[in-house]
Design a protein around this ligand. Structure first.
Ligand code: FEO
Length: 168
């Protein structure tokens, strides 16, 4: 294989984190369904799909470099949040955690002079900038809306207009 055993393990660990992200956002989608916020539920379902696409990018890369995909157990995601805003705040915190994890992976690739993995990871570095910016903007929108019921209704409509996820 083209990559080290250590890199193989780190890539598999990131594959697990992306699958968990998909699982977490699906749990948030189900929470929003319960709250009758169908626009937010749709947004989270699409986000869950997007994370599955991310996971599959790792899957395909691991195979392409002749390494072994190892699927580990998925953590059980949280089921309830204090408020719709706190769910999106949790999504933002989760994306920050993922960014840190991608950066650590890239650090390892640089130390190992693994150019193939470094180049592969650059797409994720850019993607994480987008992911954090999008989540942060939604959290800001919640702050503007405050306690307003009609504001929440409008934000739900707005988020429900999200387009579908382009496949990798
Ligand atoms: Fe796969 Fe939301 O980062």
């Amino acid at each position: 294989m083209m990559i080290s055993k250590k890199m193989q393990d780190a890539l598999n660990s990131q594959l697990n984190k992306e699958l968990f992200s998909s699982y977490l956002y699906l749990a948030m989608a189900a929470y929003f369904e319960e709250e009758n916020l169908t626009g937010m539920a749709r947004w989270m379902k699409l986000q869950s799909d997007e994370e599955h696409v991310h996971a599959m990018k790792f899957y395909d890369f691991i195979i392409r470099v002749g390494a072994r995909v190892k699927l580990e157990k998925l953590e059980k995601p949280q089921e309830k949040w204090e408020s719709p805003q706190s769910a999106f705040e949790a999504a933002l915190e989760h994306e920050k955690f993922i960014t840190k994890s991608i950066n650590e992976l890239l650090d390892l690739a640089v130390v190992e002079k693994d150019h193939a993995t470094s180049t592969f990871l650059h797409w994720f570095v850019d993607e994480q900038v987008e992911e954090e910016a999008t989540a942060a903007e939604i959290v800001e929108n919640f702050k503007l809306v405050g306690e307003s019921k009609s504001g929440l209704f409008m934000l739900d409509r707005e988020l429900g207009r999200r387009g579908s996820v382009p496949q990798a």
